[in-house]
Design a protein around this ligand. Structure first.
Ligand SMILES: Nc1ncnc2c1ncn2[C@@H]1O[C@H](COP(=O)(O)OP(=O)(O)O)[C@@H](O)[C@H]1O
Ligand SMILES: [Mg+2]
Length: 320
């Protein structure tokens, strides 16, 4: 478990983290989303001790992250693999030696039968067995990130930190990398923290997410809670245009948290013997479920009975 408690950090006069509280459970895929400059990378660097912070605490499985005891810090860092937007591979080394690099850093032999088996196994996991002796220049962006993932796993970490790992990749390649991260999370039981400015990333793989703005967590929860019914700041971040809605009657937005709510609309029309128009609708995929929201326009005199009906059926709603 990673516990971040009231962490504050500034660079000179600039307050970059203003009291961050986040708890990440073992085996979770946790997202930290926000605009550029929100403080996401700084927070990630504080978690793995690449950056110091002025106050608050971060503990990993009960051990505080502190720069004061370098030996302890190194042991903690060994348990955390990290991948980046620009892959950070060494161009003069082939794929095998790039993956082996952290072992070298720890003074481990990289060409023993065990090491070879380990690295071959990892390259198989990331789907690059046939590129074992290729140089980074011969690989596509997606393949480079796969090498970086294998490298991040070579010391058997318990946690994988991803800083904008898919931001330089096109959508199809991104989906492949995200599926791979999910597979790693499932197969190896590794906790994954995903820092990103891309909502798609969070929607596809994160179980929980924090929305960071100006060094503060403004919203936290399951992605479907954050994005289907967003608070003002999240809406602005998503740059969601408000729908053009009728100026007469009453506009009611409904939120569906699973597909079974779909018939509510048609049943309501039938049971209340009323007419309404559908003004706007949105359906979104979150991991394996679909979530949606719908705006209907009803006549003023129907408002009360429609809202009472929605309450009876348990649909959550908001009058706009
Ligand atoms: N080493 C540094 N020195 C001074 N300011 C920094 C440093 N690193 C980051 N910052 C500033 O901290 C803020 C947050 O940066 P960062 O954590 O990289 O945000 P994000 O990853 O969300 O884009 C930005 O205003 C950035 O300019
Ligand atoms: Mg960043």
């Amino acid at each position: 478990m990673i516990e971040i408690k009231d962490v504050r950090k500034s660079f000179g006069d600039l307050d970059v983290l203003k009291g961050i509280n986040i708890t990440i459970h073992d085996g979770e895929i946790y997202g930290i989303i926000g605009q550029s400059g929100a403080g996401k990378s700084t927070l990630l660097r504080c978690i793995n001790g690449l950056e110091d912070f002025q106050s608050g605490t971060i503990t990993v499985d009960g051990t505080p992250v502190s720069l004061e005891d370098p030996r302890k810090l190194h042991l903690l860092q060994k348990n955390m693999g990290m991948i980046f937007q620009n892959f950070n591979l060494l161009s003069r080394l082939d794929v095998y030696d790039n993956v082996a690099l952290p072992m070298k850093f720890w003074g481990m032999k990289t060409k023993t039968p065990e090491a070879k088996e380990k690295i071959r196994g990892l390259l198989e996991l990331v789907g690059l067995e046939d590129k074992i002796h290729a140089r980074p220049a011969e690989l596509s962006g997606g393949q480079k990130q796969r090498v970086a993932i294998a490298r991040a796993l070579v010391l058997d970490p318990k946690i994988l930190l991803c800083d904008e790992a898919t931001s330089a990749l096109d959508p199809a390649i991104t989906r492949g990398i995200l599926s791979l991260l999910q597979e790693i999370n499932r197969k190896l039981g590794i906790t994954i923290i995903v820092v990103t400015h891309q909502m798609e990333v969070v929607k596809q793989i994160c179980e929980r997410v924090s929305f960071l703005k100006g060094g503060q967590v403004l919203a936290e929860g399951r992605p479907e809670e954050l994005f289907v019914k967003p608070i003002k700041e999240v809406k602005a971040f998503l740059q969601e245009e408000s729908a053009l809605l009728p100026e007469t009657g009453v506009n009611i937005q409904m939120f569906f948290t699973d597909q079974s709510s779909d018939p509510v609309i048609t049943m309501m029309a039938r049971e209340l013997d009323t007419n309404f128009s559908i003004c706007w609708a949105k359906l979104e995929d979150f991991r394996s479920s679909v979530y949606g929201s719908l705006v209907i326009n009803v006549k003023e005199e129907d408002k009360e009975k429609v809202l009472a009906y929605l309450d009876r059926t348990g649909v959550s709603w908001e009058v706009l």
